[in-house]
Design a protein around this ligand. Structure first.
Ligand SMILES: CC(C)(COP(=O)(O)OP(=O)(O)OC[C@H]1O[C@@H](n2cnc3c(N)ncnc32)[C@H](O)[C@@H]1OP(=O)(O)O)[C@@H](O)C(=O)NCCC(=O)NCCS
Length: 328
């Protein structure tokens, strides 16, 4: 590996303390543990406290990532937060996080590519560090989806959770090198997964609240199909870019939306399911936080060893998708 390789030099994650079980959901909507487990693979998810905005989750994950690299917040040059549940429309959650971290030398912005947001952020940061514009970057995926979940809609409320993950990018000579990355989007599918209220299209009003426009709406079946096709396509595209074959990948960290999606993607790529990292069972769908949380768990759990090639692959509202290969 060259001295100048750019890659992940620290990673961390945070899940809020409170755990919401399928049995809890049975008491809230007309559902059952059996249905949720069979159709989604989810058993539990973490839910942030009322006084924990998404920046508080991002802070914990960021401190963990910086701590792993013994990196001072004041040395940080770029801070990107990928989220659809920012503390407020503006200022950016990245600016809020900057203050909490004390990272006052960092340029800050939020990035919205829904569940693909962290991969988008990583791609942008990778290019900016690679070309020398910044020497390092912290890319955070953080979501408090419980704040935009309709707890009366059984089609969606069983699926989501809260959490955050963060990766510190910089020059590395000891692993974590990013090998290849690709991104994509197709705005024609936007209305299959969206939150209509609260922006300039439908500013918040009594009517928008009455019409429940401030919650996630999703056409689950169609999203499912598109997620499988797009994630498999992105994985194939990034493998081709890297000049690699699927057999060379030791571990896949897919977006965690549904166990059946993860299994279908593995089948399409002809990658054994044992190589797929799964957190959806205990986290649910964490949107932009799902991949960094799963990567951190995989590393802490010893699933990823030095020299392994890891494939990260995302899909989300927009639709957006992306994939990245990292040599650990
Ligand atoms: C949402 C999802 C789990 C639904 O699973 P599905 O197998 O497609 O289920 P369907 O939509 O066909 O619904 C089947 C039935 O279960 C019902 N159902 C939906 N949610 C339910 C729940 N929580 N409990 C019990 N029944 C439920 C539906 O009302 C439907 O009933 P009907 O046949 O009487 O109309 C699945 O489509 C999915 O995971 N989609 C993708 C989600 C995703 O990836 N989102 C984010 C992408 S970033």
């Amino acid at each position: 590996m060259s001295e100048k390789a750019v890659g992940i030099i620290g990673i961390g994650s945070y899940l809020p303390e409170r755990v919401l079980t399928n049995a809890d959901l049975e008491r809230m909507v007309d559902t059952s543990d059996e249905w949720i487990v069979e159709r989604t693979g989810i058993n539990t998810r973490h839910i942030a406290a009322k006084d924990q905005p998404v920046s508080a989750l991002a802070l914990e994950a960021s401190r963990a990532a910086l701590g792993k690299a013994s990196f001072s917040p004041s040395a940080l040059e770029l801070l990107i937060v990928a989220t659809v549940t920012g503390d407020m429309p503006f200022p950016s959650t990245a600016c809020v996080l900057q203050e909490k971290l004390g990272a006052f030398n960092a340029a800050c912005f939020d990035l919205n590519a829904a569940c693909s947001g962290w991969i988008y952020g990583m791609d942008v940061a990778w290019q900016l560090v690679r070309c020398g514009r910044y020497r390092n970057a912290l890319v955070v995926g953080a979501e408090k989806l419980s704040a935009i979940t309709d707890w009366q809609d059984r089609n969606t409320c069983v699926l989501f959770g809260d959490g955050a993950g963060a990766a510190l990018l910089g020059h590395t000579s000891s692993g974590g090198e990013i090998i290849a990355s690709c991104l994509g989007a197709d705005g024609r599918w936007g209305k299959l997964l969206y939150m209509r209220g609260g922006g300039s299209l439908c500013p918040a009003s009594h009517e928008t609240v009455d019409q429940r426009l401030h919650y996630i709406k999703m056409e689950g079946k169609e999203v499912f199909k598109q997620a499988v096709t797009a994630m498999a396509g992105a994985a194939e595209a990034v493998l081709e870019k890297a000049g690699m074959r699927a057999e060379q990948i030791s571990c896949v960290i897919p977006h965690q939306a549904n166990m059946r999606i993860i299994k279908a993607v593995a089948r399409k790529l002809a990658i054994p399911f044992e190589k797929m990292c799964v957190t959806v069972d205990h986290c649910g769908n964490l949107s932009a936080a799902s991949i960094p949380v799963a990567l951190d768990e995989a590393m802490r759990g010893g699933r990823v060893r030095a020299g392994d090639y890891v494939l990260l692959v995302a899909f989300g509202g927009g639709f957006t998708w992306g994939a990245m290969i990292v040599k650990m």
